[in-house]
Write a new protein. Structure first.
Ligand SMILES: Nc1nc2c(ncn2[C@@H]2O[C@H](COP(=O)(O)OP(=O)(O)OP(=O)(O)O)[C@@H](O)[C@H]2O)c(=O)[nH]1
Ligand SMILES: [Mg+2]
Lengths: 330, 186
């Protein structure tokens, strides 16, 4: 019976690390994360999305159990054994998010931020740096940023608290000690990264680094390699054309110090993000053709972008950088 | 919700350990009743910058060794149809009434009686806050209780508590009732 449990546990953990699970879950979070900002108040749509997430998880687990031929009781019994295994517990996090709205929310907020960061990264790679119009304005933002940071820290604190509760139990059993900072990282990892990374066997420290790297350079995670968004060869296509356009826009906006330049940047970022999004979907659908996106003219939709959104994007970027710092420091 | 989902609950409980039990509390009532003010008061946060809730807020408050997860959902008419999506697994319903808003006593009474009939709230204890007692025009709690026919509620424990969410008066008394009647019985 003990052997049975062991086998089942490994099978479950294996499933939760397999593409059959990881891809639909990642697809879901990527397709639905864009409405998840880090305002204190929750939107009603979060609940609806959470509901659909529950249904997805339920469907996946049902399929899995049928395939492997285990009952729900067996599954739950094996899952209970996760209390004593940290690595498996981490893999189980996306399952737990079905019943923990706060956990689900921070997972989605995190994913949203991650996609924004990736878009920024792509711009950096293309231009050898961020256009100046994206890097200034820090002072104007600092107030809003502070507020957002507080909210984020609250979320982190909460997940840390929960982590430590779990941990307190284990310490009794295993007499294991760890510093506060590492448990914060682990909690962060737990809520933010597990669904993406898949995690197998690496130590928490390594995962943390991976996470840091993942934040700065997305291609470190294999699923996230985005060949089509690499800097294009000079003068080879519409994307390159756009790059120079953007750079010259940047010059002019600096000259004019007007809002338009910033708005275009914002729109560009949003488009990058959407492209990235679409690209990943393509990748997961295993249709590698037609990946090179034809960049839309960033000026087309300029009028639709509010000052609000522009601010939001910029503060998001600063926030993400702070977060990155925090994670790497600790 | 399938069996796996229900079962997962127990797994999560186990994962969280037995150190702290949790209660799910839902805070409802008409718009402008003072729900968010009350929530912030409970969490010892600033109550002066509150705007009408378009979605919902969640705060966790530690209380007598228990973690109270309080869900405050917007009370505007257009949001009320969504209330029932938040009632599952609720341990306590807190219903907030603006005691000075006599014009809407009937409306708030109707909303409450509809909630009480919800399957998910069957037998769930009810705490009513007769809020805004600091206002001169506020009706006393006893009058409101009568208007709501609270004495006819026999399928659950209930309590009505006069309070002022802005200055905190009476809020602790309501919390004490929760501790004595729900937390201690868990
Ligand atoms: N005088 C007085 N005003 C109060 C009290 N509690 C809340 N208010 C005020 O009533 C108004 C509405 O309070 P909210 O907390 O936003 O009400 P709510 O129930 O959350 O409203 P919705 O989010 O629209 O459902 C605010 O201006 C509060 O300052 C109170 O005890 N006394
Ligand atoms: Mg409110």
């Amino acid at each position: 019976m003990a052997d049975d449990g062991e086998w089942m546990l490994e099978s479950i953990a294996g499933y939760l690390s397999s593409p059959d699970w990881i891809i639909p879950i990642a697809d879901f979070t990527e397709n639905n994360c864009s409405v998840f900002d880090d305002e204190d108040e929750n939107k009603l749509t979060y609940t609806e999305i959470h509901q659909r997430y529950k249904q997805l998880v339920e469907r996946l687990l049902d399929n899995y159990m049928q395939e492997v031929g285990i009952t729900e009781e067996q599954f739950l019994e094996a899952s209970s054994a996760l209390t004593v295994n940290k690595t498996l517990q981490a893999v189980f996090q996306p399952v737990l998010a079905t019943h923990d709205f706060q956990m689900f929310r921070s997972l989605m907020v995190q994913k949203n931020m991650e996609l924004q960061l990736q878009a920024l990264h792509v711009i950096k790679e293309r231009n050898g740096g961020l256009p100046e119009c994206l890097t200034d304005g820090v002072d104007v933002m600092s107030e809003l940023e502070k507020k957002e940071m507080n909210i984020l820290q609250e979320v982190l604190r909460r997940s840390k608290e929960e982590y430590e509760l779990e941990k307190a139990d284990r310490i009794q059993e295993k007499d294991e000690t760890a510093s506060t900072s590492s448990s914060l990282s682990e909690a962060l990892l737990g809520t933010a990264c597990d669904s993406v990374n898949g995690i197998n066997g690496t130590s928490q420290e390594n995962e943390l680094k991976e996470y840091g790297v993942l934040k700065t350079s997305p291609p470190s995670c294999e699923r996230k390699t985005l060949p089509a968004l690499r800097p294009p060869v000079k003068g080879s296509g519409p994307a390159d054309h756009m790059t120079s356009e953007i750079l010259s826009d940047c010059d002019s906006s600096r000259r004019l110090t007007d809002e338009e330049g910033l708005q275009q940047r914002t729109e560009y970022l949003k488009q990058q993000r959407d492209k990235l999004h679409a690209l990943k979907r393509d990748q997961t659908l295993k249709t590698p053709t037609e990946r090179a996106p034809v960049a839309p003219d960033p000026r087309h939709h300029t009028q639709e972008i509010s000052v609000e959104e522009k601010k939001k994007l910029q503060k998001r970027k600063h926030l993400a950088e702070k977060l990155k710092e925090e994670v790497i420091k600790k | 919700m399938g069996e796996v989902q229900k079962g997962l609950f127990s797994v999560i409980e186990k994962l969280k350990g037995t150190t702290e039990q949790e209660l799910r509390i839902v805070l409802l009532g008409l718009d402008n009743a003072g729900k968010t003010t009350l929530l912030k008061q409970l969490a010892s946060e600033d109550v002066n910058t509150i705007t009408p809730t378009q979605g919902f807020n969640i705060k966790s408050v530690s209380c007598d060794g228990m973690k109270l997860n309080v869900w405050d959902i917007g009370g505007q008419r257009k949001i009320r149809p969504f209330w029932k999506k938040y009632l599952e697994n609720t341990d306590l319903l807190i219903y907030v009434i603006d005691s000075a808003d006599k014009k809407r006593f009937e409306e708030t009474g109707l909303e409450l009686s509809e909630l009480i009939d919800e399957e998910n709230l069957k037998g769930v204890p009810l705490l009513i806050f007769a809020n805004k007692q600091d206002l001169a025009t506020a009706s006393p709690a006893s009058e409101i209780a009568e208007g709501l026919n609270l004495h006819t509620y026999r399928d659950r424990e209930w309590q009505i508590q006069a309070c002022s969410a802005v200055d905190g008066e009476g809020v602790q008394d309501g919390m004490n009732w929760i501790i004595n009647n729900i937390v201690k019985k868990k």
